[in-house]
Ligand binder design. Structure first.
Ligand code: SDX
Length: 431
């Protein structure tokens, strides 16, 4: 546990309670209320966890005011430029950048876990062809616990390690299979002579009728998108994985729960929703109409790809993603992409609008990613599965960290109850 530097005094009805304050290595101080209910008989109330630290972690740190994102201390812009996804996976899992030998061994391990049990192919055929790939992924990943019994014992460190490698390695294969199934094309097996991103692109876009040659530009862009989405502190889906894991559930069930949570349009589903919004806007002259709708309290419409619980200046991932969008579209010869033009115009108008400035709403990681993914040939339904592929290492790293925490207990929040107090049953004839 972090060092306790001083205490906070809470006074209720003249009675004072001393609460320890923990000093983090970065970020706000944390008031420890673990013993508050036991000593003062009161709960704290924070439904969206806007002011609540749910755990101690050493993996990722975000400074929302500075627009800073650190993975084990390394800034995301440096990792996006100088590193690559599997090296970032090693960093998140083990806490330090690997030596050349460590990286080679890790990449070899992951590469040789990319196939899935052949019998799992049957799961896909149980879905309608038009099922959303996220529905397929939730189902197939959850079903992994029915196939990989030798890596479900969370109390066995070696099994935790194997489950981690299997999930990181097999997610691209499962996501690609979900895509192939949805378009009626045959599954493409992974290849051990390809890097992670290239393998994923080939499994998505290769067909038996001809050789698929991986475009290094697309592969680099794909790898960078994986890197930018790898982990992000205690976001909704990571918190879901941690809560599921706190009951002792096996890793495949926990990751399936994370995929389900990520699917929501307020979270990982925003990249799909954002691109669909840009298409609905259709042209720059309709932008003011949508800006007004986003500001209208009576209209549930929100500007997808804007806003963030933590970032209140800018999302550093969006900055890198915007640069990538320019590069990828340029290198693909897709200049003057209408959606990119609308996105840039929308961003300019929104970030200079009083409402968005006052509410501190800026483009987040989902604002530009969809434009790149669509340019690469992915349908919008594949945007969130790609996010899930990338985020698996973050979920797994946080899952491993929580299991290793001696202070870990089952997560069991309390509530502010405002329902009926005790009353007697009324027979139906007397109602
Ligand atoms: C991700 O947590 C993470 O780290 C997530 C993520 C990760 O890597 O794991 O970063 C990935 O999920 C990014 C966010 C993707 N979602 C979207 O782009 C969907 C659109 N954005 C919102 O729904 C919203 O901004 C959230 C969900 C992202 C954040 O919501 P909060 O922090 O709960 O903020 P809020 O809903 O309390 O909004 C504050 C105010 C509100 O107005 P008031 O009630 O104060 O008058 O800002 C308004 C909101 O109405 N607002 C928006 C808006 N987002 C917030 N108004 C218009 N458009 C928006 N997008």
């Amino acid at each position: 546990m972090a060092e306790t530097t001083r205490t906070a005094t809470l006074t209720i009805d003249g009675q004072s309670y001393e609460l320890p304050i923990h000093a983090p290595s970065a970020g706000p101080d944390v008031i420890d209320i673990t013993k508050l209910y036991g000593t003062a008989g009161v709960f704290t109330h924070d439904p969206g966890f806007t002011s609540t630290s749910a755990c101690e972690s050493k993996i990722t740190f975000i400074d929302g005011d500075k627009g800073e994102l650190l993975h084990r201390g390394y800034p995301i812009d440096q990792l996006a430029e100088k590193s690559h996804y599997l090296e970032v996976c090693y960093l998140l899992l083990y806490g330090s950048l690997p030596t050349a030998a460590e990286l080679e061994h890790f990449e070899h391990t992951i590469t040789h876990h990319t196939m899935i049990h052949e019998q799992m192919h049957n799961f896909f055929r149980g879905f309608r062809r038009d099922a959303h790939p996220m529905a397929t992924m939730v189902g197939v990943v959850g079903a992994m616990s029915a196939f990989y019994h030798d890596s479900t014992d969370i109390n066995d460190e070696r099994q935790r390690e194997i489950a981690s490698h299997r999930l990181i390695a097999k997610m691209p294969t499962i996501a690609a299979m979900a895509y192939k199934y949805s378009i009626g094309q045959p599954f493409v097996y992974p290849r051990n002579d390809l890097d992670y991103a290239s393998n994923f692109l080939r499994m998505c876009f290769a067909v038996p009728a001809q050789e698929y040659v991986v475009d290094p530009i697309l592969s680099r862009a794909m790898d960078r998108i994986f890197t930018l989405h790898a982990d992000h502190e205690q976001n909704a889906s990571t918190s879901t994985v941690r809560l599921a894991s706190s009951s002792g559930a096996n890793p495949f069930a926990c990751i399936a729960a994370g995929i389900a949570c990520l699917w929501g349009p307020a979270h990982g589903g925003a990249n799909q929703a954002c691109l669909e919004m840009l298409k609905e806007i259709g042209s720059p002259n309709r932008i003011p109409e949508f800006i007004e709708r986003a500001k209208d309290k009576n209209d549930p419409f929100r500007l997808m790809g804007f806003g963030h619980r933590v970032y209140k200046n800018f999302d550093p991932r969006a900055t890198v993603m915007k640069q990538s969008a320019d590069e990828v579209l340029d290198l693909l010869g897709i200049d003057n992409n209408p959606l990119l033009r609308i996105a840039k115009e929308l961003e300019q108008i929104a970030v200079n609008d009083e409402y968005f400035i006052e509410k501190k709403l800026f483009p987040n990681v989902d604002f530009y990613s969809g434009i790149i993914l669509e340019a690469m040939g992915f349908p919008t339904a594949m945007f969130t599965p790609i996010f899930a592929v990338s985020r698996t290492v973050g979920w797994i790293s946080q899952w491993k960290e929580q299991l290793a925490d001696p202070a870990m207990k089952i997560g069991r929040p309390r509530q502010l109850y405002t329902g009926e107090t005790a009353r007697d049953y009324v027979e139906i004839e007397n109602r």
